[in-house]
Ligand binder design. Structure first.
Ligand code: PMP
Length: 441
């Protein structure tokens, strides 16, 4: 019989996951895997959180679904209130969707509709960064910086150009201060806006801490404040994509808090559902939403499952857990511990170039040569070897290639559950170190 399911979960090629317990996943053969990346920065509470399970059971007993064309629901309203209570200044509207790509797609469409409504229809261009991933639907794909992901689907629907990321490890010049570097690289946005014509640019989109494509690369202090100034100066909307780095992953509910900026639109997803339900959200300001409402009357967008009561109930329980259980402080504490443990174990290794990140969002970059920072030959697929060896040893981590320019460079992304204990940090680091050493042998 052929396999009916296609995509990543092809039978035979992968083990069958049957149970989740805290930071561990267990397969059909009984093997335990430590979830060192929370899947892909998803499982922030671990896999069997009692509060989320109770909230889901309770909601299922009362109401599973009510179409948003006819009803709102208590969990959806409560979730919007909860998100806004913790959102950056000026952000006070929430649009619920089912995942990260949908959230980015909604952000791009809301930005577009906003400029149509205020009589600037010529503003349609997007500027993003070369080192970025914003999702796989056609608009989000266009925004992402990875050339090979886009190539199969060109020409894309949203005209996007890409500037340099803020990537201190590789790009800060010798003798250049961190502040000067941040301003220099932010000014690439200004140059690109001027090249395109400011009156044609709609938005700049960036991940505050670059996740999957780069391995937890934060911006240097001052970078995003300068970006905000440039956007304001040219009337361009700032979209921050916190699908991966948001919801407490960096030790702040919104990663941009640490960068001292409030964007016009924020996208969140992964950690908000924590793996219990598929959810994403677009957050924005009354200024933008009201302009749209005053024009056409409503945002011309929507999905069948948006604001689903079960999904929202799970997300409420996740947010409640993060805030009420003091998990943000724990993320900062355990994140510092993880960084220190990684540095102690791998910091002197001749093929570890950089260990970086914020909170429980950490990246390890592999290099052929520490002095020159030269990457390994991409044909070696070092990241894939690390992933396979780690998995064999019972560790889930998230290695990727193409760190530097979509082609060259290898990194490993770590994003364990916020409940990670000290002994589990040691387990993670020792298994990861074994996999890296094995892959390089
Ligand atoms: N934006 C970012 C920053 C992401 O990391 C991802 C997923 N890796 C997405 C958007 C897309 O999210 P989803 O896979 O839920 O569609």
């Amino acid at each position: 019989m052929p396999d009916h399911l296609f995509g990543r979960s092809t039978k035979g090629a992968l083990p069958v996951a049957v149970r989740g317990e805290g930071c561990y996943l267990i397969d059909a053969a009984g093997k335990r895997y430590f979830d060192g990346s929370g899947g892909a920065a998803v499982s922030c509470l671990g896999h069997s959180d009692a509060g989320v399970r109770a909230a889901l059971h309770d909601q299922l007993d009362r109401l599973a679904f009510a179409h948003t064309g006819f009803f709102t629901s208590e969990p959806a309203e409560a979730l919007a209130d909860r998100l806004i209570a913790h959102a950056p200044p000026g952000i006070d509207r929430v649009y619920l969707v089912s995942g990260g790509s949908e959230a980015v797609e909604a952000a791009l469409k809301l930005a577009r509709q906003y400029f149509m409504e205020i009589g600037q229809p010529q503003r349609h261009r997007v500027i993003a960064r070369r080192q970025s991933y914003h999702g796989n639907t056609l608009g989000a794909l266009a925004a992402g910086g990875n050339a090979w992901r886009r190539a199969q689907f060109a020409p894309l629907l949203v005209e996007t150009s890409h500037i340099a990321p803020c990537y201190e490890y590789r790009d800060r010049a010798p003798g250049e201060t961190v502040e000067a570097y941040g301003l220099r690289v932010a000014d690439e946005l200004e140059a690109e806006i001027n090249r395109l014509g400011p009156e044609t640019v709609m938005a700049f989109i960036a991940e505050p801490v670059v996740g999957a494509t780069a391995g937890a690369v934060p911006a240097v202090p001052g970078y995003f404040r300068r970006i905000r100034e440039i956007c304001d100066q040219h009337g361009i909307l700032l979209i921050l994509d916190e699908v991966m780095c948001g919801m407490g992953r960096t030790g702040h509910l919104f990663a941009c808090e640490e960068d001292g900026v409030a964007p016009d639109l924020i996208t969140i997803a992964k950690g908000l559902g924590a793996g219990y339900q598929p959810i994403g959200a677009l957050l924005t300001s009354g200024r933008i939403y009201d302009a749209v409402a005053a024009g056409s009357g409503f945002f011309q967008h929507g999905h069948t499952y948006m604001g689903h009561p079960m999904v929202a109930a799970a997300a409420n329980a996740v947010l409640e857990a993060i805030v009420a259980r003091g998990l943000l402080a724990r993320v900062r504490e355990q994140g510092a511990r993880l960084q220190a443990a990684l540095e102690a174990e791998l910091g002197q290794h001749p093929h570890i170039g950089d260990i970086r990140g914020r909170g429980l969002f950490r990246g390890v970059e592999l290099v052929a040569d520490r002095e020159t920072k030269a990457p390994f030959d991409p044909a070696l697929k070092l990241h894939a070897r690390v992933k396979a060896l780690a998995f064999e040893a019972g560790l889930i981590c998230y290695p990727m290639g193409g760190t530097i320019d979509g082609q060259r460079g290898d990194h490993i992304l770590l994003a364990p559950p916020f409940i990670i204990e000290d002994a589990q940090i040691d387990e993670l680091v020792s298994k990861l170190s074994g996999a890296i050493r094995g892959a390089l042998a």
